[in-house]
Design a protein around this ligand. Structure first.
Ligand code: HEM
Ligand code: HEM
Length: 197
């Protein structure tokens, strides 16, 4: 499996970023569900600490992922897609990238404004960029919760699109992001006569 992307498929580095971040977002959602149900206390605080540490890791991974994307070719969308489908794909991917930054930033800045230091897995403290401002902190936490809902909605769309590509359109879009999977169906699906449909 090549490390770098080419015009037909994602390389191993892009795939690793994609699926590692998927696993961490899933962990974030599970942690949030757990600590929101718990009474305030040392156990909830420990889970929130892990949530914050994972979240800051996602921020760094998202930045590295974007840098890698800019340094590599990006696979073309199948030629069979209609213009509104291309628009939806670009819009939803752009929104997902924006949320991969906005979620951690609102969490981090909200904690900072409320005066809670963020320690990365209890190993070191992450800088505290804001002075204490409770109103701002609460507004940032509210934004964090609203963005979590937006992320959930766009993910439903994103996963539905992946399923549709694989099982309905039967193209290579899911295969080319799947580790160790060869690309084989693209050529037949991108035949010029289908581009008009
Ligand atoms: C991509 C990364 C992140 C995701 C997907 C995420 C997701 C979530 C979700 C789903 C909730 C529950 C929202 C609700 O129903 O009220 C939540 C709450 C929270 N998150 Fe995050 N989070 C991320 C990063 C962070 C970071 C980096 C921090 C802090 C450094 C953080 C701090 C918090 C806190 C303190 C709460 C509780 C807020 C409250 O009490 O209203 N999160 N997060
Ligand atoms: C937290 C969950 C997820 C996030 C944040 C996410 C984010 C993204 C982003 C930003 C891209 C665009 C890549 C780029 O253009 O650089 C992408 C591509 C992709 N994602 Fe996800 N994704 C998630 C979950 C999933 C899941 C569960 C699936 C499969 C069921 C999936 C399948 C794909 C596929 C197939 C592509 C490649 C699209 C293409 O080649 O044009 N993703 N994802």
């Amino acid at each position: 499996m090549p490390m770098r992307n080419d015009r037909a498929r994602w390389g191993a580095v892009s795939q690793t970023f994609h699926w590692l971040i998927v696993a961490m977002i899933l962990a974030q959602a599970v942690l949030a569900l757990l600590f929101k149900r718990m009474h305030r206390g040392p156990e909830a605080a420990a889970l929130i600490g892990v949530h914050k540490s994972f979240g800051m890791t996602i921020l760094v991974l998202a930045a590295l992922r974007l840098l890698w994307r800019w340094a590599n070719p990006v696979p073309d969308l199948p030629g069979t897609l209609k213009s509104h489908e291309r628009f939806l794909a670009r819009f939803s991917h752009g929104a997902l990238y924006a949320l991969l930054f906005a979620m951690p930033l609102t969490g981090w800045l909200g904690s900072s404004a409320l005066g809670f230091a963020v320690r990365w897995f209890n190993l070191f403290s992450i800088p505290d960029p804001l002075g204490k401002d409770r109103a701002l902190g609460h507004a940032l936490y509210t934004t964090h919760s609203i963005l979590a809902l937006a992320l959930g909605l766009i993910l439903v769309l994103h996963i539905a699109a992946a399923v549709r590509h694989h099982w309905v359109l039967k193209d290579d879009v899911l295969r080319r992001m799947w580790p160790g999977c060869g690309v084989s169906r693209a050529a037949s699906r991108a035949a010029p006569h289908r581009m008009q449909s």
